[in-house]
Design a binder for this molecule. Structure first.
Ligand code: C5P
Length: 310
């Protein structure tokens, strides 16, 4: 696997700095089970952490009032609306430790992609804050707390492959259903999709009827197939963004020969090409599309991903 313990160095202010890799995720299947009273949806999904990720550096700050978040990407909010700041606020609230932090974020994962990029940043920030404060909390506690700030943050405290239920915050580690060497490409139009909008557009009557645990069984037995790579959020996403459905169809056509299975991740707008490391020519030539190869990754509990090892 691709993880090891964090690297320690001094940052310019004299505080110990840790450099971590903040991964993203895909959903190998995503079933929506029901709409809840609180506006959320119970889901059942096989999440897998992947090696498309951001680089993050953390150090304690001498400030007694606020965290400092540095990011060159102008589209990323640096205030309390950023999940990183929410994660650090949560860490202080839960532990009672009045420590502020300096965080540098180098973004690679697109936003509005269904890849949980911001959620991965929040999980990485919780891990880092706890590490810099001497591991005052266990990883199980961090996982439990993380559900307070978003639904798909907890999965990043799994070992890589996780069957997630509830809002997504109930995380059960599973044996990776696919080899970590499985080839994969991601293709995303420049337009992203907002998760609440897609959940609102979901027509529960038009969901798949497949039992989530049958999908998991099929995934384990047969690998990823068009029968088990079901995402209930594809229909509402394609109704909101018809070009995305057209893109998926074109990607299916163009990858038939290499046996890829093509599906949307999370609430979109990333389309996953599982089983190939070749992006079709039409997509390569389209500058409006984000393209990346990716791999499934896993880690040992107690360690985090570091840039040099992913
Ligand atoms: O939990 P998070 O803040 O990531 O979710 C954003 C929004 O997505 C929620 O406010 C809700 O509208 C929708 N959502 C949902 N069911 C989930 C996860 C998210 O309806 N399981």
């Amino acid at each position: 696997s691709s993880s090891s313990s964090s690297t320690m160095q001094q940052n310019p202010d004299g505080f110990a700095q840790i450099d971590l890799f903040s991964p993203s995720k895909i959903n190998l299947f995503l079933r929506i089970v029901r709409r809840r009273e609180d506006g959320y949806h119970d889901l059942a999904s096989l999440f897998h952490v992947i090696d498309l990720g951001d680089e993050m550096s953390f150090a304690k700050s001498s400030s007694e009032t606020k965290d400092t978040l540095v990011c060159e990407d102008a589209s990323i909010p640096l205030d309390e609306s950023n999940l990183v700041i929410k994660a650090l606020n949560l860490f202080r609230a839960k532990t009672g430790i009045k420590q502020y932090f300096w965080v540098e974020l180098k973004k690679t994962v697109p936003s509005g992609a269904g890849l949980g990029g911001g959620s991965g940043n929040a999980a990485t920030a919780l891990y880092a804050a706890n590490k810099l404060c001497g591991d005052v909390a266990t990883e199980e506690e961090l996982l439990e707390w993380s559900g307070d700030i978003g639904s798909d943050i907890s999965v990043f405290f799994s070992t890589g492959a996780a069957y997630c239920t509830g809002r997504g915050e109930i995380v059960e580690d599973v044996e990776p259903p696919l080899p970590l060497t499985t080839k994969m490409c991601l293709v995303k139009p420049s337009i992203g999709l907002s998760t609440p909008t897609i959940f609102k557009a979901l027509d529960l009557d038009k969901r798949s009827k497949a039992e989530p645990l049958d999908l998991l069984k099929s995934l384990n037995a047969d690998g990823c197939t068009y029968e088990n790579a079901i995402n209930d959020l594809e229909r509402p996403a394609f109704s909101k963004l018809p070009e995305l459905g057209e893109l998926k169809d074109k990607l299916i056509d163009a990858t038939k020969e290499d046996g890829a299975v093509v599906f949307m991740s999370g609430s979109g707008s990333t389309i996953v090409l599982l089983g190939t490391d070749t992006v079709p020519k039409f997509a390569m030539e389209d500058d409006d599309l984000f393209k990346s190869k990716a791999r499934l990754i896993s880690r040992k509990k107690g360690e985090w991903f570091v840039p040099s090892n992913v």
